[in-house]
Design a protein around this ligand. Structure first.
Ligand code: C5P
Ligand code: C5P
Ligand code: ZN
Length: 483
């Protein structure tokens, strides 16, 4: 039977993970210098990215500056490109970019931006005095720290450690725990969160809804990973649970959440799911990601989405990708009431759109070139969630893990352009794939712009150059793979 390594107890956890490593001193010096400059600013506009990491990064800096008595506003963008840069250029405030900017430094200069800071974890184009980016000190921003993590280190250097949980939500939102745990700088931040009693860590099943949903809905709504025969079928899920001898109901006849199960029942369910996915030939990296560390937010109410970092990040992703990012920022800053109510309804819509997107793709299928899979949304998948759907294609077994996935959607602001999202997996990255480099150079070759991480990236390209772009990307992947 699968056994969760258990280190519920904070002390034991800290013994197992004593300071795994400390922050590189040169990076810490840079952070302190940039933070000191930031301390001298008065009116600030924080500009961030519309996913869970961008929203948490934004909230960390807004909280920091507000506590320091500054006049702060924030704005969340879909992406940083020539159009969106121009939309913020008229502000008199000092701009602080979080979770974006490093990959667009030349564009920011080209568009005439002057007084700005960059707090980011995307591979940087070049150095800049008011930039904090761990890549410049040998860290990989795709796995060792998120945008929210870098924002947290800035706050920490100014004496504010109160938002460590948001940095963990950001890292989880960027899937930096996809092999079952957080590493390196993320781990140092996690230690701060545990020490300050904001977070508890243990190993367990990592499905959305473990706190907030009846077990059969946790299973039936699981799209990450997709559970063959169970996702989309609550009745089959009840049977699955009952066949394990687990009662899905409490004594008062209400439905149990996963967190209501005993330790033995949880082990039984996790083992059965593990074997079920192996039987269904689900790729091993997807199965492994299903079990691992879960991060409980100790100041949040039990049995709500906000109690679990993965659920929290899903809620924020939904807000961001459904153009309601400001609700997400408010929730991160501690507002509840009408904001939480609205976020929950946005989440429902988001999950429906993801389900419909996956159904569309299952029916339509993908096309392939020698080194990539690709598909077009045919106007049926919104550009904001096309990347999420592309990433889910592995778990839903629409594509096999041997090649990256490239997806196209209509650019809402300019239908003459296409939004491109690219997704890979760690096995491809280990073999040499770097999607961010490929998106940056190949989009430029056809008159577009793009960038991102090795494992997840995106671009914007002229519509008519789609085929040319695909061929160039295919050739680039061939070179990256070294054959
Ligand atoms: O701009 P940012 O770094 O926050 O964006 C990274 C995006 O890539 C996130 O939305 C995250 O969910 C996605 N991602 C992914 N698969 C991975 C890693 C990241 O879809 N394995
Ligand atoms: O939009 P999507 O989730 O596919 O973005 C994945 C990653 O690619 C994000 O880190 C995002 O910042 C980056 N990206 C980019 N330039 C674009 C689109 C996306 O750098 N034009
Ligand atoms: Zn990020």
């Amino acid at each position: 039977m699968y056994t969760f390594p258990s280190y519920n107890n904070e002390l034991l956890y800290l013994m197992l993970y004593p300071k795994m490593s400390s922050i590189d001193q040169r990076l810490w010096k840079r952070i302190k210098r940039v933070s000191e400059n930031l301390r001298r600013e008065d009116a600030v506009l924080v500009v961030s990215h519309h996913d869970a990491d961008g929203i948490t990064a934004c909230a960390i800096i807004v909280n920091l500056l507000k506590e320091m008595g500054k006049d702060v506003e924030f704005k969340i963008l879909r992406q940083l490109d020539s159009v969106t840069i121009d939309s913020i250029n008229s502000t008199d405030r000092t701009i602080v970019f979080t979770d974006m900017g490093s990959g667009q430094l030349s564009l920011l200069r080209e568009r005439g931006l002057k007084n700005f800071y960059i707090i980011d974890h995307h591979p940087p184009e070049m150095d800049y005095k008011n930039q904090v980016n761990p890549h410049q000190y040998g860290y990989d921003g795709g796995i060792e720290i998120s945008g929210a993590g870098v924002a947290y280190l800035v706050a920490k250097s100014l004496g504010n450690e109160s938002m460590a949980h948001l940095a963990i939500i950001g890292a989880v939102g960027d899937m930096q725990d996809s092999d079952g745990k957080l590493h390196s700088l993320n781990r140092i931040i996690l230690n701060d969160g545990v020490r300050n009693k904001l977070i508890k860590v243990k190993n367990d099943l990592r499905l959305f809804g473990r706190q907030s949903r009846p077990i059969q809905y946790m299973l039936a709504y699981s799209s990450d990973p997709f559970l063959p025969g169970l996702t989309g079928n609550p009745n089959a899920c009840i049977e699955f649970i009952k066949n394990l001898g687990i009662s899905p109901k409490r004594e008062d006849n209400s439905w149990k959440s996963y967190v209501d199960l005993t330790f033995d029942e949880r082990k039984k369910l996790a083992t059965a799911l593990y074997i079920h996915l192996l039987d269904c030939n689900v790729p091993e990296f997807i199965i492994q990601g299903m079990i691992g560390e879960v991060y409980t937010l100790l100041n949040e109410e039990k049995r709500t989405e906000l109690r679990d970092a993965k659920e929290f990040s899903t809620l924020l992703n939904a807000c961001g990708r459904q153009n309601k990012s400001e609700i997400g920022v408010h929730i991160c800053l501690g507002d509840r009431g009408k904001y939480l109510k609205k976020a929950r309804s946005v989440l429902q819509k988001h999950r429906l759109m993801l389900r419909e997107g996956i159904e569309f793709l299952t029916e339509k299928g993908v096309e392939e070139l020698s080194n990539l899979y690709f598909f077009d949304s045919d106007g049926k998948i919104d550009e904001n969630i096309i990347g999420v759907i592309a990433g889910m294609a592995y778990g839903a077994q629409i594509v096999s893990p041997n090649k990256p996935v490239i997806a196209f959607a209509i650019d809402k602001e300019n239908p003459e352009f296409l939004k491109v999202s690219a997704r890979a997996n760690w096995s491809l990255v280990r073999r040499g794939i770097h999607l961010g480099n490929a998106m940056r150079s190949c989009s430029r070759d056809v008159g577009g712009e793009g960038g991102g991480h090795d494992i997840a990236a995106g671009a914007r390209i002229p519509r008519e150059s789609k085929n040319e772009f695909l061929n160039i990307v295919n050739e680039t992947f061939k070179k990256q793979l070294g054959d």
